[in-house]
Design a protein around this ligand. Structure first.
Ligand code: SF4
Length: 328
């Protein structure tokens, strides 16, 4: 069946992935492969805007790629590669920066947030981030970019840059990417308060052992009103119950929904049931990951092959871009 177009998405190399990454992005990446030609990029250059050292960059890239592949990214059809391996993106970024107004970049809320987070490192990369992001997308002639509702303004900005470029050079060479709204689940961490995140250490790693996973689940915060085992609880405000709804069989979810409210089930028992279901759910993923990790150079070969295929598209785009700009 012919595919509906080309999807592009990029993510920073954050190392081993956690449940929040899986539910928020990876499973969507996997599903999109059925309908679209997918280009997935590990954006190591973007990462340089915030990291102090590149020491872990390589390892984090390999670990993340392993998780994606084990979760179902199919490298024989999907292009999976590292951003810096296709240097054409830097050139396009430079050309796009000439049609992007400074005032618009400095006004972006994300730029202001980043500045506030790292006032001691107010580098140019933070300012130019949306321009490089636009270059990432349009270099591969992407039709669609999957984004959550909160990310939509960034895409609109990318579309503006494309329009400015095409207008300036009286061309249609760059494609305005369309937004594909995706439901991005906000997954809370084991603290039950903040979004699951490695930096907050409230995450559950996909590739953890069953024992490690169970230990993390045991730490999960539940309904604070349940101080004693005999106190009735409210599953509607409990993060463990939210997770049950995703990973547990419906009859078990229904049972907990009833029994929690009349203290018929304790939180320890409830959490252990969730841990067992989660471990079962991740069994195949973990076996696949171990198998892929045991093959020497497998991930490197996949990423190199992806970069070669991405570069073919990128070089063609840049040829057209330079022609449109009438560069000498
Ligand atoms: Fe949450 Fe389960 Fe405890 Fe109810 S029994 S508060 S759903 S952990």
């Amino acid at each position: 069946m012919p595919k509906k177009g080309r999807v592009f998405s990029g993510a920073r190399p954050t190392g081993k992935q956690h449940l929040g990454n899986y539910l928020g992005a990876i499973r969507n990446y996997v599903a999109l492969q059925d309908d679209y030609d997918c280009v997935y990029c590990i954006v190591d250059v973007h990462a340089l805007t915030t990291v102090d050292t590149t020491q872990d960059l390589k390892q984090n890239t390999v670990e993340m790629a392993l998780d994606w592949l084990a979760a179902g990214i199919r490298p024989e059809e999907t292009i999976l590669f590292i951003q810096s391996h296709v240097p054409e993106v830097m050139e396009l970024h430079t050309y796009l920066s000439m049609v992007t107004q400074m005032g618009k970049l400095t006004d972006l809320p994300t730029f202001k947030e980043k500045l506030a987070q790292q006032p001691e490192n107010a580098n140019y990369g933070l300012l130019g981030y949306p321009v490089l992001m636009t270059a990432d997308i349009v270099l591969y002639k992407s039709d669609i970019v999957p984004v959550g509702i909160d990310q939509a303004p960034h895409l609109e900005f990318a579309r503006e840059i494309v329009r400015s470029f095409n207008y300036r050079y009286n061309t249609k060479v760059l494609i305005e990417p369309q937004v594909k709204h995706t439901e991005v689940l906000k997954v809370l961490g084991i603290d039950g308060k903040a979004k699951m995140s490695k930096s907050l250490n409230n995450h559950i790693e996909l590739a953890a052992t069953p024992e490690e996973t169970t230990a993390r689940v045991r730490e999960m915060v539940t309904d604070p009103a349940r101080v004693k085992r005999t106190d009735p609880g409210n599953p509607d405000i409990c993060n463990v119950f939210s997770m049950h709804k995703i990973f547990s069989p419906q009859d078990e979810v229904d049972m907990i929904n009833v029994e929690c409210r009349r203290a018929g089930i304790g939180c320890v028992d409830c959490k252990m049931r969730f841990a067992a279901n989660l471990n079962k759910h991740l069994e195949l993923f973990r076996a696949e990951r171990a198998e892929l990790a045991s093959k020497p150079d497998y991930v490197t070969d996949v990423l190199n092959d992806g970069a070669s295929r991405a570069r073919v598209i990128a070089q063609q785009t840049m040829k057209e871009v330079r022609e449109a700009m009438a560069l000498p």
